[in-house]
Design a protein around this ligand. Structure first.
Ligand code: NAD
Ligand code: UDP
Length: 328
């Protein structure tokens, strides 16, 4: 994927599915900065027009409201397939649609890539490792997933999408890239999507109780959005013989209680901590081994958690003020 490559269009065109979502909108923005044409496809299930508001005036950006579980006939030079609700409350809201998005959506996007003979990147997830028995998780680990639990629509959907990507690669010679994304946070996360960083920040800013599930000793490793997008772009630019899967995430591991304490301190909030039951199949530990990304992409995250949280808190403070939830 080279911005200077000659194509039928003035600039190479990139399709981003899920482009009005949290990660997708940042990716569209970076692709426009790198002088690509961007076609953003999204059904706005968890995405929001506000995420792409500033891009709509750009003549190199186009938005198409479309559900990728239905076929799509467009012309493009590369595909980033990000469409899929990513937070547990959203992907569990309509689990059948979640699986359809991952599986039928992948088939439709792979079919499009096959017709056009273009590279396609799949936004996979650390959830393919399930509740891992190996720590930290490297790409060679096959995972420990409950196939019939409440998270399975997402985990197994994403696992099946990886299978489809590799079968299109082996059977049809399609150039594929698979990124296994670990917990990523930053501006434009949905304020009500239930993910831990957005939940805690919004609760802290509103001085409402911080909802800590379990005893807070479970761990996650949080990657700032700008770092993650850089990793996706580098992955797409690797030579066609590199398929991944490759882990993209920040290896600094924190307990959820540490995260809560850091957010309370950075917001200066008076919120109390309220303990709630741990959801079913909630992974105990999660930390990426990013050796492969370091070697093949020369990539590693640069933004420490505290700095990323400051930027994210500033975003949510403005958002809540705009919505009238906080005094100006
Ligand atoms: P998000 O919910 O903000 O974005 C997903 C986007 O996909 C939304 O705009 C939504 O409207 C759209 N979408 C959902 N179903 C669709 C469909 N059938 N057709 C068209 N559009 C559809 O979530 P995100 O955090 O930006 O995640 C983007 C991708 O990255 C997802 O595939 C997710 O699984 C993956 N991922 C994200 C994280 C993370 O921490 N953010 C971690 C691992 C993997
Ligand atoms: N979590 C929490 N309080 C919340 C939301 C989440 O304690 O209000 C916990 C959740 O149980 C999990 C961790 O934070 O252990 C990360 O949850 P999230 O939904 O953000 O991501 P995932 O579980 O998919 O990694």
């Amino acid at each position: 994927m080279n911005p200077n490559r000659q194509t039928r269009w003035s600039r190479p065109r990139v399709l981003v599915t899920g482009g009005a979502g949290f990660l997708g909108s940042h990716l569209c923005e970076r692709l426009l900065e790198q002088r690509f044409e961007v076609l953003c496809v999204d059904n706005l299930f968890t995405g929001d027009r506000r995420n792409i508001r500033s891009l709509l005036a750009n003549s190199h950006f186009e938005f198409l409201r479309h559900d990728i579980t239905f076929p799509l006939y467009v012309e493009t030079d590369a595909i980033f397939n990000l469409a899929c609700p990513a937070s547990p409350i959203h992907y569990q809201f309509d689990p059948v649609q979640t699986t359809k998005t991952s599986v039928h959506g992948a088939i439709n996007m792979l079919g499009l890539a096959k017709r056009l003979k273009i590279p396609i990147l799949q936004a996979s997830t650390s959830e393919v490792y399930g509740d891992p028995q190996v720590h930290p998780q490297s790409e060679t680990y096959w995972g420990y997933v409950n196939p019939i639990g409440p998270r399975a629509c997402y985990d197994e959907g994403k696992r099946c999408a990886e299978t489809l990507f590799f079968d299109y690669h082996r059977q049809h010679g399609l150039p594929i890239k698979i990124a296994r994304i670990f917990n990523t946070y930053g501006p434009r996360m949905h304020p009500n999507d239930g993910r831990v960083v957005s939940n805690f920040i919004v609760q802290a800013l509103l001085n409402k109780p911080i909802t800590l599930y379990g005893d807070g000793s479970q761990t996650r490793s949080f990657c700032y959005v700008d770092d993650l997008i850089e990793g996706l772009l580098r992955l797409m630019k690797t030579s066609p013989d590199f398929t991944g899967p490759v882990n993209l995430g920040n290896p600094s591991e924190f307990t959820i209680r540490e995260l809560a304490e850091m957010i309370l301190q950075l917001t200066g909030s008076r919120s109390p901590i309220e303990y709630r039951p741990l959801p079913a199949d909630d992974p105990r530990r999660r930390q990426p081994d990013i050796t492969l990304a370091r070697q093949t992409l020369q990539w590693e995250p640069r933004v420490p958690l505290e700095e990323g949280l400051r930027r994210t808190i500033a975003y949510f403070r403005d958002l809540l003020q705009e919505e009238g939830g906080l005094p100006a």
